[in-house]
Design a binder for this molecule. Sequence first.
Ligand SMILES: NC(=O)C1=CN([C@@H]2O[C@H](COP(=O)(O)OP(=O)(O)OC[C@H]3O[C@@H](n4cnc5c(N)ncnc54)[C@H](OP(=O)(O)O)[C@@H]3O)[C@@H](O)[C@H]2O)C=CC1
Ligand SMILES: O=C(O)C1=N[C@H](C(=O)O)C[C@H](O)C1
Length: 239
Amino acid sequence: MKVAILGGGAMGNVLAQMTEEKEGFELAGVIEPLKGQTPDELKEIDVIIDFSNPANLEMLDGYCRNHSCPAVIATTGYEEQQIKQIEKLAESVPVVFSANYSLGINVMKRVISEITPILEDSFDIEIIEKHHNKKLDAPSGTAKMLLAAADEENDYEHVFGRDGNRKRGKEIGVHAVRGGTIAGEHTVIYAGNDEILEIKHTAGSKKIFAAGALKAAEFAASAQAGFYNMEDVLFGLQK
Ligand SMILES: NC(=O)C1=CN([C@@H]2O[C@H](COP(=O)(O)OP(=O)(O)OC[C@H]3O[C@@H](n4cnc5c(N)ncnc54)[C@H](OP(=O)(O)O)[C@@H]3O)[C@@H](O)[C@H]2O)C=CC1
Ligand SMILES: O=C(O)C1=N[C@H](C(=O)O)C[C@H](O)C1
């Protein structure tokens, strides 16, 4: 399978190396948008994997539409309107879209949806994410995804970067920490009276995201047009 990578940054580089090493995969090229490159320069791509920046969405959308090319989108920090645009693109081509391609976080997401309804009335819920000091967006896409998993009913008030006292009532605080080379750490804290439950995932390196994105690429290359997430890839199609 011929894979093109949009974004030649930290993730693009790790993914390029893993693509070249993986049996059955061939690296068609790495597109570096800030150097004026576009995917149009590459021929016969089976799937394009985007680890770049929301500013590249128009380019990605146009390329996938014009070439009926499946996409795996890993970039985070999109505006609501851009996510709608990705959903629209998925009416024409297969799109896998996830803020986190690791197995652990996708299992954690399931755990959070399962236990939050049991604990939410008597425990306070807070989310803490930690990342390297080069990360542009905050809070992380994964923190927002875990928040959505905790908040299926949508009757919470969300507080990003809480400062001061917790108000009583349904409120989930999301906190971002940036430093050094932390590959990614996400903790959901359930704090009750005299007891604390923490669910935590730590990424040991960027390789876990690249490995998951390659799995998603295999899935996307043989899927019908549609909007998929990493749970669809790992656990079979969700409803
Ligand atoms: N879903 C997941 O599992 C994961 C998602 N991510 C996300 O992937 C993205 C990339 O991460 P990472 O590689 O660490 O980031 P880097 O900053 O190392 O790389 C970002 C890439 O995006 C391009 N870029 C940056 N700014 C712009 C801009 N304004 N306009 C156009 N292109 C731009 C750059 O292109 P150029 O090549 O020309 O320099 C660069 O290669 C982030 O959004 C991050 O959150 C990261 C890890 C896992
Ligand atoms: O920028 C990163 O590095 C990461 N970004 C993703 C996010 O915003 O959640 C996924 C992972 O945590 C690493």
